[in-house]
Design a protein around this ligand. Structure first.
Ligand code: FE2
Ligand code: FE2
Length: 139
């Protein structure tokens, strides 16, 4: 069973960002499925690596858009990204050194973070870009 179900409620009104969020949701779901199936740490570690890599790529995309569209909320939004990256890298390090397992608590944290960040911060960014685009087509 999927940990996160994508629905239109998660859309931020921006195709590029939505497409990346769907992929991120798929990776979080894959990580959850491997964990729930009790798969080997080596397999779980690889999915974790992919999720972290893709997250970094996704944050870069959003941060480029923030600059391109002069987003006033960029400062706080970037801090949220940075905190998650630090947390994820710490998780990865502790998992690889055998200090911890990927548990349902870890998965619930990732799910909640992603859902809240998308529903709040990314939606504000998506709205800002949509308004900026609408203005530039009117002008
Ligand atoms: Fe974001
Ligand atoms: Fe995002």
């Amino acid at each position: 069973m999927s940990l996160i179900n994508w629905s239109d409620a998660l859309s931020v009104n921006n195709e590029e960002i939505d497409t990346q969020h769907k992929k991120l949701v798929n990776l979080v779901n894959a990580l959850h499925d491997h964990m729930a199936a009790g798969d080997a740490n080596e397999v779980i570690g690889k999915v974790l690596d992919r999720m972290i890599e893709y997250t970094a790529f996704h944050f870069q995309t959003e941060e480029k858009l923030m600059e391109q569209y002069k987003y006033p909320g960029a400062g706080l939004h970037k801090i949220e990204h940075k905190k998650l990256v630090e947390k994820a890298l710490d998780l990865q390090k502790r998992f690889k050194s055998g200090q911890m397992q990927i548990t349902i608590e870890v998965m619930n944290f990732l799910r909640d973070w992603l859902k809240h960040h998308i529903a709040e911060s990314d939606k504000l960014l998506g709205g800002h870009i949509a308004r900026a685009k609408a203005k530039s087509t009117v002008a």
